[in-house]
Design a protein around this ligand. Structure first.
Ligand SMILES: [Fe+2]
Ligand SMILES: [Fe+2]
Length: 291
């Protein structure tokens, strides 16, 4: 995959990101149309279903996802209209967002980053986010899982479009035994969270998802959707000891106290949820078939 910019991550200033993201290929038109329509409060179920129905593979993948153990709905959902009626717009939108990113990065090789491990970490975070969201009864529960699933997408943008810098990042993180985020901080002015924000904003993702991805390593700075950012942060922290580390990164040494405070949880509370999370994880890993 070619470098999209003559610029290197080494000298991109956060202010320049928007312009650079413009050069990165966007999602297929059908997704743009779909996300735009789903943002429209007057959109009807048949309108949404009609857009998705234009693409059979997309229809099949969304149905596969909503019928997976992950969604925990015990009767088979056979049509998109049914899915919207039963699970709601937001849940189907979250499924479509996930599928759009899976598709975009399908076929990505594991040369510098183990892609299976990447998605396992992401799915584990999705599962943890879902359980913590239900437990803490926060708003935006339907979005919690997709935030967990897509929180580290910025790393894949770095990998695909800035491969020279990516190589340097992988090596430095390994040699210095650092987390990915700390390595980025040491080398660049931007990081995978800010890249994720810029790319998702450009792709028309909902502001809640954009915001949570942006602040998943700094939940104390999130002002618009602090709970979602805190969930992603906590899920990422918990995924490592559960056996689902992010590839190429050391485990974070601490969890942001702000994240726990925002969610009204203690680390002991989280610990007590581990059996529930482990039970959910087995079913959740089924989603790997879709990536
Ligand atoms: Fe991250
Ligand atoms: Fe992560």
């Amino acid at each position: 995959m070619p470098q999209v910019s003559s610029k290197s991550l080494l000298d991109i200033h956060p202010r320049e990101l928007k312009g650079i993201v413009k050069d990165i290929p966007t999602l297929p038109v059908i997704y743009q149309e779909l996300f735009q329509k789903m943002q429209d409060p007057n959109a009807s179920v048949p309108q949404i279903a009609a857009i998705i129905a234009q693409d059979q593979a997309l229809t099949a993948k969304i149905l596969h996802l909503v019928n997976s153990a992950f969604y925990g709905f015990n009767k088979e959902i056979r049509t998109i209209s049914r899915a919207v009626v039963i699970l709601g717009f937001q849940s189907v939108r979250s499924a479509a967002l996930a599928v759009s990113v899976f598709d975009y990065f399908s076929g990505e090789d594991s040369s510098q980053l183990d892609m299976t491990q990447f998605w396992q970490h992401s799915i584990a975070c999705a599962s943890i986010c879902k359980i913590l969201a239900a437990e803490t009864r926060i708003n935006q529960q339907e979005e919690a899982f997709v935030v967990g699933l897509l929180h580290d997408t910025g790393k894949l943008i770095e990998k695909r479009y800035f491969s020279n810098d990516f190589e340097e990042l992988v090596q430095a993180a390994q040699e210095q035994q650092m987390t990915w985020f700390d390595t980025e901080k040491a080398l660049f002015q931007i990081n995978h969270a800010t890249i994720g924000k810029a790319i998702f904003r450009a792709w028309g993702f909902p502001p809640s998802v954009v915001d949570a991805v942006q602040f998943h390593h700094a939940p104390d700075s999130a002002t618009k959707y602090p709970q979602l950012s805190a969930l992603a942060h906590l899920a990422d922290y918990m995924a490592y000891p559960l056996g689902y580390p992010a590839p190429g990164s050391q485990a974070p040494t601490e969890c942001s106290p702000a994240a726990l405070k925002i969610l009204g949880l203690t680390l002991e509370d989280c610990h007590l949820l581990i059996p529930k999370i482990e039970e959910d994880l087995d079913g959740a890993m089924e989603i790997l078939k879709l990536v």
